[in-house]
Structures are given as structure tokens and as C-alpha cells.
Design a binder for this molecule. Structure first.
Ligand code: E4P
Length: 224
């Protein structure tokens, strides 16, 4: 089970990478828009330098035709690094591009998955990750937990190397459900991840421990 963070914000990436056991960073053009008109390639080089080479970095292409997708993918691989996972929306043209990139052994994340067929075809095309859009599916009354469970079953039954990278969450309960249904990885907005630790009872417990210790020993630290 692995957590990635779904952001292009450098401060948040630094903070989460320092504090939390995250395994990588994902983004898409809408997430990048929140950062304004960034200097695209240097920005992602910086993200790579923050997270290091052992964590996964997933960058989305914009082209909608397979030739254009391949060209953009190679530009990203040349200008950021060869280990980037290229995020490709799971359209028919996207599936063609995934098959061609996998022949070159490029890492691929099939994204924008709302239906079982998209995910199953992306597995067949050789995608390393498939990204079902949990909250967006629920908004459309598509059963996201069942879809993820079917993907997990098919991966187990047929031995696909593909991992489920669940995405698009509005709260941490959805993330936990995705893991329970068999997602090996989930990409989550840092605000949602950090909110899971902002429960007042957690702070009260920590404050109570400190106060009780101080009452007995008169000092605020075990070292004093
Ligand atoms: C993954 O990177 C997806 O693009 C992302 O999680 C979509 O999230 P949204 O539905 O909140 O836009």
C-alpha cells in the first residue's frame, strides 16, 4: 500500500516528502494550473530533486492523438528524466500510445479512468499504473469501490504487472475504501492527507501526555 501526493506545489511536496512516508508525486494540467504559469520542465526537475530518484514521478501529456502523445512523452523523458511515468488519458488513441511506449519500455500511467473497460484495456496495453477517478465516478453514480475491486481481481487472476493508482478523492474515507478494495497505491491531495491528522482528539491526546509528564517531573522533555 503506497501513498502518492497529487500536487505540483513545491512547498507542499517538500513538506509531505519530509514528514510522510510518500512514494511519489502525480499531477495533471488542472493541478499545474493552481501553481500559475510555471516554468514547466525546470519545475518538474525541481520536484524530482526534492523526492529523489527512488520515488515515482507521474507527468501528464496534453496531446490527444497517439503520434502527439509519443512526441510529448519523449520530450518529458528527455527534459525531466527517463524514469518519469507518462500519464496518458485512457482513450482509444491513448491506448495505442500506451502500447507503443511500452514497446520502448517507457513507464506509463493510464489516467482518467471512469469505466471498467478503460482500466481492463489499459492493463492489456501494458500500463504500469491505472488511475481510476474515485470521486468523479461517485459523482456520476458509477460504483468506484466495485470498479477497483474488479481491477484488483483481474490483476490477481491474470497476473498483470499493472498497479491500481486510485485518484480523485474528496476525503480520506474514499482513500481508505480504495485501499480496502485492492488499490495498491493512491494519489491524494496534501490537504486531504494532512486533514487526517488534524483531528482535535489527536492534539488533545498529545497535549494531555505532555501535561501529565510535566506534572510529575516538572520538565517538558525526557532529556531535561
Ligand atoms: C490524478 O492525478 C488525477 O488526475 C487527479 O487525482 C484528479 O483529481 P480531481 O478529480 O480532484 O480533479
Amino acid at each position: 500500500m503506497k501513498y502518492l501526493i497529487d500536487t505540483a506545489n513545491l512547498e507542499m511536496i517538500e513538506k509531505c516528502n519530509d514528514l510522510l512516508p510518500i512514494s511519489g508525486v502525480t499531477s495533471n494540467p488542472s493541478i499545474i494550473k493552481k501553481e500559475g504559469k510555471i516554468n514547466f520542465f525546470p519545475h518538474f526537475q525541481k520536484i524530482r530533486s526534492i523526492i529523489g530518484k527512488d520515488k515515482t514521478l507521474h507527468i501528464q501529456i496534453l496531446a490527444e492523438d497517439s503520434d502527439g502523445i509519443l512526441k510529448e512523452a519523449h520530450t518529458i523523458l528527455d527534459k525531466v528524466d527517463k524514469n518519469v511515468f507518462i500519464k496518458i488519458p485512457t482513450t482509444p488513441e491513448g491506448l495505442k500510445a500506451i502500447r507503443l511506449l511500452k514497446k520502448e519500455d517507457v513507464g506509463v500511467t493510464a489516467t482518467a479512468i471512469y469505466t471498467k473497460t478503460q482500466g481492463l484495456m489499459a492493463m492489456e496495453a501494458g500500463a504500469d499504473y491505472i488511475a481510476p477517478y474515485f470521486n468523479r465516478m461517485e459523482n456520476l453514480d458509477i460504483d468506484a469501490p466495485d470498479t477497483i475491486a474488479v481491477f484488483a481481481d483481474m490483476i490477481a487472476v491474470y497476473g498483470y504487472h499493472t498497479q491500481i493508482l486510485a485518484a480523485s478523492f474528496k476525503n480520506i474515507a474514499q482513500v481508505n475504501t480504495a485501499f480496502k478494495c485492492g488499490a495498491q497505491t493512491a494519489t491524494v491531495g496534501p490537504d486531504i492527507l494532512l486533514a487526517a491528522f488534524a483531528v482535535p482528539s489527536i492534539k488533545k491526546a498529545v497535549d494531555d501526555f505532555a501535561a501529565d509528564w510535566k506534572q510529575i517531573f516538572g520538565a517538558a522533555s525526557i532529556r531535561d
